[in-house]
Design a protein around this ligand. Structure first.
Ligand SMILES: *Cc1c(COP(=O)(O)O)cnc(C)c1O
Length: 393
């Protein structure tokens, strides 16, 4: 069924549907590495044009294709590419669209490994990078060089929750013939559609909200145009970082409830953000849905909801963070986000512990900063849990 012009919730359920000889309602797991050709001419036709039929699962597979069709429709792009992880998607994008002598501009507080792999490894192949506060469009503009090839944005950024004006970035990039890439992991297409705001490429760590059940690691890329898609697809195939059919099946299953999960998660998150904002042991709360968020207006303009992730700062710093981590009972002490269960972590003692303290603080990750990924449990239970653990500080 054609779902292109239907509503988002309908697309979540019906896009990427498969037609097989049994009339399967769900997308089957095509757990095969290779596909039989009818005859020599069919084999030749498959190799001449990938759309003719399936060849080999690293190149494509019906289960992966169903998920790719679905995400392309949800993000309003040309086509999707399913990868083994979010980082596989990042590397596919860097490898396909940058070359020796290219320059990339990116959000300073991007997901750590997206920056580390660029600074430690792509630098070895002659790619230069500038990391800056992309909320400041003027500084972004002055960082552009003649050989700037890509602007890579994560908004909201992690865990600082800063919002970059995607439409302004896309316009600036177009004037300078620069390709734009958005990490849309925090919002999902339910809350934000970077392609509609002028971006060329969107990707996700599917591990987070899209799958939503903390049981799969995966990545998805969507390109707005065929020319960019073709480069990305052939690079993914050459890197060999395809998603596995079983993994794709779980993601297809998780994706169907994206809007239901996101609605509950952000409803809970807003109430928790308000609870924390009024708590005497909390210095500040960063959540785009709060009027106190410095970019609340911009968030309202480009996002249709505020998401399920909150950062907040404990007044008593590093030790207070550890006490909170050691005393929560319902919230699970773990990294990652976007699942049905509430997760809590303390970047200064965990994800960012290896970074020099001054550098960590200057990138906005202070000693008492706590990141909360709000799940879909009963709100009173999450608040009571945080409340009892905060009393121990
Ligand atoms: C988790 C994450 C990634 C990396 O994805 P993996 O699936 O862990 O490889 C990239 N960007 C953001 C914003 C993330 O949260």
């Amino acid at each position: 069924m054609e779902t292109k012009n239907l509503g988002f919730n309908t697309q979540l359920i019906h896009s990427g549907a498969i037609k097989d000889q049994f009339g399967s309602v769900t997308v089957p797991i095509y757990q095969t590495s290779t596909f039989k050709f009818r005859d020599a001419d069919h084999g030749a036709a498959c190799f001449a044009d990938n759309d003719e039929g399936y060849i080999y699962t690293r190149i494509n597979n019906p289960t992966l294709n169903a998920l790719e069709e679905s995400i392309a429709e949800l993000e309003n792009g040309y086509r999707g590419i399913a990868c083994s992880s979010g980082m596989a998607a990042v590397n596919t994008i860097y490898m396909a669209l940058l070359e020796q002598g290219s320059h990339i501009i990116s959000t300073a507080a991007v997901y750590g490994p997206s920056r580390v792999v660029m600074e430690n490894h792509y630098s070895r192949f002659g790619v230069e990078a500038s990391y800056l506060d992309t909320t400041d469009i003027e500084s972004l503009k002055s960082a552009i060089r003649p050989y700037t090839k890509m602007i890579f944005i994560e908004s909201p950024s992690n865990p600082t929750m800063k919002i970059t004006d995607l439409e302004a970035v896309a316009n600036l990039a177009k004037e300078n013939n620069i390709i734009t890439v958005a990490d849309n992991t925090f919002c999902s297409p339910y809350l934000q559609k970077p392609i509609n705001l002028g971006f060329d490429v969107v990707f996700h760590s599917v591990t987070k909200f899209l799958n939503g059940h903390a049981d799969v690691v995966g990545g998805l890329i969507v390109a707005r145009k065929k020319s960019v898609y073709d480069k990305l697809r052939s690079m993914m195939v050459m890197l060999g970082c395809n998603m596995d059919p079983h993994q794709a099946y779980l993601v297809i299953r998780g994706l169907k409830t994206l809007s239901l999960r996101m609605d509950r998660s952000q409803d809970n998150a807003r109430k928790i953000a308000e609870f924390l904002e009024n708590h005497p042991k909390v210095k500040w709360v960063a959540y785009p849905g709060l009027v106190s968020h410095p970019q609340h207006e911009l968030a309202n303009k480009q996002m249709s909801g505020s998401g399920g992730v909150i950062s907040f700062e404990l007044k008593d710093g590093f030790e207070a963070g550890k006490v909170l981590m050691n005393n929560v009972k319902l919230a699970i002490l773990a990294v990652s986000l976007g699942g049905v269960e509430t997760l809590i972590q303390h970047p200064a003692s965990m994800t960012h512990a290896k970074i020099n303290r001054a550098a960590r603080i200057s990138s906005g990750i202070s000693d008492g900063l706590v990141r909360l990924s709000v799940g879909i449990e009963n709100i009173e239970d999450i608040i009571n849990d945080l409340d009892q653990a905060m009393r121990k500080i």
